[in-house]
Ligand binder design. Structure first.
Ligand code: UDP
Length: 232
């Protein structure tokens, strides 16, 4: 991709990276200078591309890169026309809950209740996909306004963490029913807590997440209810 970009003198790129590149911590909100220590193959691919883009920028500062490290993007467009439709059985919490709520899967499995968190279930910084989209818009505008090349590495998160049980309760409020669930063993490769320090995005881009956990659950459910078979 970057070879073709260089050929056509197109030097600006926004890269979707991920909070999974960070080493774990259970005490602090994660800042951009936190250790890069991916704990799964997906995280390794993101860290490798970040390194490649960093080398490219260092070799020639014509390049401008905004590397955006997403925390846990969830929800759907508020119209209910664009949403998440994973193939097969979903891996991630939100599409799994939506499928249980829709009656396509019987029960949610909660992976572990003995994590070092307030209620024992994993805590994540969930962020609405529309806030993520706005983050891209703001990052790209920032690059466009600069004459010289730039390398940004920025967290996109809300700075707030919610447990699996808190997500289930909020979803219950949205659907007016109870999501059936059972506690099972921890999933390998998981960690206890992952919460962003999103202050750099605010300072540099003036960007801040606007949507609440309720908004994320409401929009996930709206998409699921309007598209019971996904895009098909
Ligand atoms: N999780 C769960 N059941 C599921 C899927 C996820 O209990 O079916 C938990 C998982 O252990 C983690 C949180 O929900 O604590 C978010 O998981 P997800 O896969 O959505 O994101 P990630 O692991 O990438 O943070």
């Amino acid at each position: 991709l970057v070879e073709v970009m260089a050929k056509y003198e197109c030097y600006r790129l926004v890269f979707s990276s991920s909070a999974t590149i960070y080493g774990s911590t259970i005490t602090d909100k994660i800042k951009e200078d936190h250790d890069i220590k991916p704990h799964n193959p997906y995280g390794h691919t993101k860290a490798a591309v970040e390194d490649l883009l960093t080398d490219l920028y260092n070799s020639n500062d014509k390049w401008s890169f905004a590397i955006l490290r997403y925390f846990n993007p969830v929800g759907a467009h508020s119209s209910g026309q664009i949403g998440e439709d994973p193939f097969g059985i979903p891996n991630n919490l939100f599409p799994f809950i939506s499928n249980v709520a829709a009656g396509r899967i019987k029960k949610l499995k909660v992976f572990g209740s003995n994590w070092p968190t307030p209620d024992g279930t994993g805590v994540r910084d969930y962020i609405h996909v529309s806030d993520i989209a706005k983050g891209h818009f703001d990052a790209f505008n920032y690059l466009l306004q600069r004459k010289k090349g730039k390398l940004l590495k920025i967290n996109l998160g809300t700075g707030k963490g919610y447990s699996v049980l808190e997500v289930i309760n909020t979803f219950n409020n949205v659907i007016g029913n109870k999501i059936p669930y059972e506690i099972v063993d921890r999933r390998s490769g998981d960690n206890a807590i992952s919460i962003a320090d999103p202050s750099l995005a605010k300072n540099i881009l003036g960007w801040e997440a606007k949507n609440s956990l309720f908004d994320m659950c409401r929009d996930s459910w709206n998409w699921q209810a309007k598209n019971p078979n996904g895009y098909y």
